[in-house]
Structure formats: C-alpha cells, structure tokens
Ligand binder design. Structure first.
Ligand code: DQA
Length: 147
C-alpha cells in the first residue's frame, strides 16, 4: 500500500482552541482520525508528523520519504519562510499537496507568499479541515510509478 506522509508545522498542535474563526474548531487529533478513516477506504497508509520545530519536520522527511508516495503538508508559518523545510521537501522528490485551513491569499501580505508552493502539485487553501481530505484523495489517485 502506498504511504502518504502528513506533515503539520508549528502551532497546528493547538488546533481546536487556536483562533477558531480562522482555523475551525476541529483538533489535529480529530483531523488525523478522519484522514485515517478515509485512507482505509482509499487503501493508502498514512504517517503523521506534527512539530513546532523545523528540524524535526526535516528529520521526519529524511527518515521516511524513500518509502513514501506523497506528502500532504501544512507547514504553518514555516510556509512563508522555512527554506530548510523547503529544501527537504524538494529532496524528497515526491508529489506534494500544500494545505492551509485558512485562505492565505486573503490574509496579511506576508502570508500570501509560500516558499513551498512552487514544489507542490497544488495547494488547498481556505477549505478548513476538509482540505486535508481533498489532498489525500488527490494523492491516492496520483501515485508515482514504482522506482
Ligand atoms: C496556516 C496559515 C499560516 O499562515 C499560519 O501561520 C498557520 C496556519 C493555515 O493552515 O491556514 O499556522 O498554515
């Protein structure tokens, strides 16, 4: 079964209590549960990593990318300036879907730039927690040919 990596960056562990008007009231644990449920239907495996530390996200990618078939990433604020994470995502050479709960293009000017977007197959921004499910659905149907 293909493995999809699901990366969440800084502060996403606080979902549920973090500005619900912007990010919704669903916790990250609940999003992960909903993803697991959908993954079972789609016959893909998931590996989750949330960290508030850029290096931990990079360590996780380096350890797991070779066995994986895609990446769903919500890098939090690292989206806008996390060049080391960007390099690690590029090195992974996997299809990437970038997810944001809020619409980053309708927010502060500095949030409208993503250093990850040009690596990604696409971006889901502003559709709340369901964005993760849409990303999973896409990646489950767009797996790279076996190496
Ligand atoms: C976010 C948007 C980022 O600008 C912000 O720093 C986050 C969450 C989102 O999911 O909407 O932490 O990635």
């Amino acid at each position: 079964m293909p493995i999809i990596l699901v990366l969440n960056g800084p502060n996403l562990n606080a979902l549920g209590r973090r500005d619900p008007a912007l990010y919704g009231s669903v916790t990250l644990a609940e999003i992960e549960r909903r993803l697991r449920e959908r993954a079972a239907d789609l016959r893909v495996d998931l590996q989750f990593c949330q960290s508030n530390h850029e290096g931990a996200l990079i360590d996780f990618l380096q350890a797991n990318a070779a066995q994986a078939g895609g990446v769903i990433v919500n890098a939090g604020a690292l989206t806008h300036y996390g060049l080391s994470l960007r390099d690690a995502l590029a090195d992974a050479r996997l299809p990437i879907v970038e997810v944001h709960l809020s619409n980053i293009h309708a927010r502060d000017e500095w949030r409208q730039k993503s250093v990850i977007a040009s690596l990604a197959v696409g971006q889901v921004s502003g559709l709340g927690w369901r964005g993760y499910l849409y990303a999973l659905d896409f990646l489950a149907h767009h797996q790279p040919a076996p190496k």
